[in-house]
Write a protein that binds this ligand. Structure first.
Ligand code: ADP
Ligand code: MG
Length: 387
């Protein structure tokens, strides 16, 4: 990241709080290459970090006060007392950073306050984890300033707890781990059961390819309720099959498991998605590790079909991106993130970037949709100190 960004965030901190920040930290948003709706089934995911990131200038305080300011919100700093943070009480953006302070204190870490100013280039609500970037950047800053000695995966767990309990959003562990642990030029193969991880080289530019993110800029309003229903359906499937989580259903035994679910048609579809999706992640890992990068294209397309037809969380806009990209020469494409809007990813030869982008933009215009936001995603560094 440019030192210029760290400098301007530090400069604004000085204007707001009248002193130099003790440091400046950055944490990225992420896009998930493959492994969708597997993280709350103890399964596999494979995100990589975006160049888009939240940057925070932070100083400690000793009087129990927490002051929070976001360049992207544009109000005066919000002032809170760390001892008075109550889960579920804050419905605004400040719940994300406050939740992190709450989670750290609840885990037994002595925090006596902080001044925080942050700015983010992660598009909010586009399925690219602007919320995790916000949490992780604050967690890392406090970890450093208060010398807590927590590792990336431990910070991720605390950030997840902040979002689950303090904010009240039942998210899995993927987003926070990606933001905290990803490395430039790699995708992160993460086992969400034990958080074991492996960095998988993923340098598309070196092989003449690109990965485009297409933010549809739609968010269908029923998405949260549907997420809860899918989670509940997966838990029901695991219970009916007598396993702790769907991760424990081996791919080789999928047909027998589906048979056992009898006429539970909806649960059968959810189970089929999760079990085949875990297998797709493993397939993508082995293709990338054997240098057969172009061959992941069809696996991404299979993943999209499974999310659309079995998990049923796509929407016309996401299908339009995928269908149009494939028809205009993309190697692979799929929706990414929670579904019902947000973003899709498209794997293309570098020479086809312009043609595929134009085809998608034209298709959106022809369907009278808002122009999508298309950008290239280069696997970027995870959270770190930048100033
Ligand atoms: P996503 O993580 O997919 O972007 P979420 O709904 O999980 O979507 O998180 C979006 C929320 O995160 C916003 O509504 C806002 O409360 C908070 N947020 C994201 N970026 C910023 C920012 N730059 N400043 C303040 N709050 C932000
Ligand atoms: Mg989020």
């Amino acid at each position: 990241m440019g030192e210029a960004v760290a400098g301007s965030v530090g400069e604004r901190f000085r204007e707001l709080y009248g002193a130099q920040p003790e440091g400046v930290w950055a944490a990225p948003g992420r896009v998930n290459l493959i492994g969708e709706h597997t993280d709350y089934n103890d399964g596999f995911v494979m995100p990589f970090a975006l160049p888009h990131q939240a940057v925070a200038a932070v100083s400690r305080r000793e009087d129990g006060i927490l002051r929070l300011h976001s360049a992207d919100i544009g109000t005066d700093p919000v002032e809170l007392r760390v001892a008075d943070l109550i889960p579920g009480s804050d419905k605004s953006w400040t719940a994300y950073p406050s939740g992190v302070v709450w989670a750290l204190r609840e885990a037994g870490h002595e925090l006596t306050g902080a001044d925080v100013h942050l700015a983010s280039t992660v598009p909010s609500g586009a399925g690219l984890s602007s919320s995790a970037a916000l949490e992780v950047v604050v967690a890392l800053a406090l970890n450093d300033l208060y010398s807590l000695g927590l590792r990336g995966w431990q910070l991720a767990r605390l950030c997840q707890r902040a979002e689950n309990v303090y904010v009240g959003a039942p998210v899995g562990i993927m987003d926070q781990t990606a933001s905290a642990c990803c490395e430039a030029g790699h995708a992160l193969f993460l086992d969400t059961r034990d958080l074991s991880q492996r960095q998988i080289p993923f340098d598309l530019a070196a092989e003449g390819m690109r990965l485009l993110v297409v933010d549809t800029r739609v968010k269908h309003s029923h998405s949260e309720g549907e997420y809860g229903k899918r989670r509940a359906g997966c838990e029901k499937g695991a219970a009916l099959l007598g396993v702790d989580a769907l991760r424990d259903v081996p791919y080789a035994e999928l047909d027998a498991a589906l048979e056992r679910l009898g006429d539970e048609e909806e649960v059968r579809r959810l189970v089929r998605h999760v079990v085949t999706e875990d297998e797709r992640v493993e397939r993508v890992v082995s293709l990338l590790e054997s240098g057969d990068t172009r061959a992941i294209g069809p696996v991404l397309v299979e993943g999209h079909a499974s999310l659309r037809d079995d998990f049923r969380i796509s929407c016309p806009e996401l299908d339009l991106v995928v269908d149009t990209a494939l028809a205009s020469g993309a190697l692979g494409a799929r929706m990414t993130g929670g579904g019902f809007g947000g973003s899709a990813i498209v794997l293309v030869e570098a020479t086809d970037v312009d043609a595929v982008t134009k085809a998608v933009e034209d298709a959106f215009a022809a369907a009278a949709l808002k122009p999508p936001r298309v950008f290239e995603a280069v696997p970027s560094p995870g959270a770190r100190r930048v100033g």
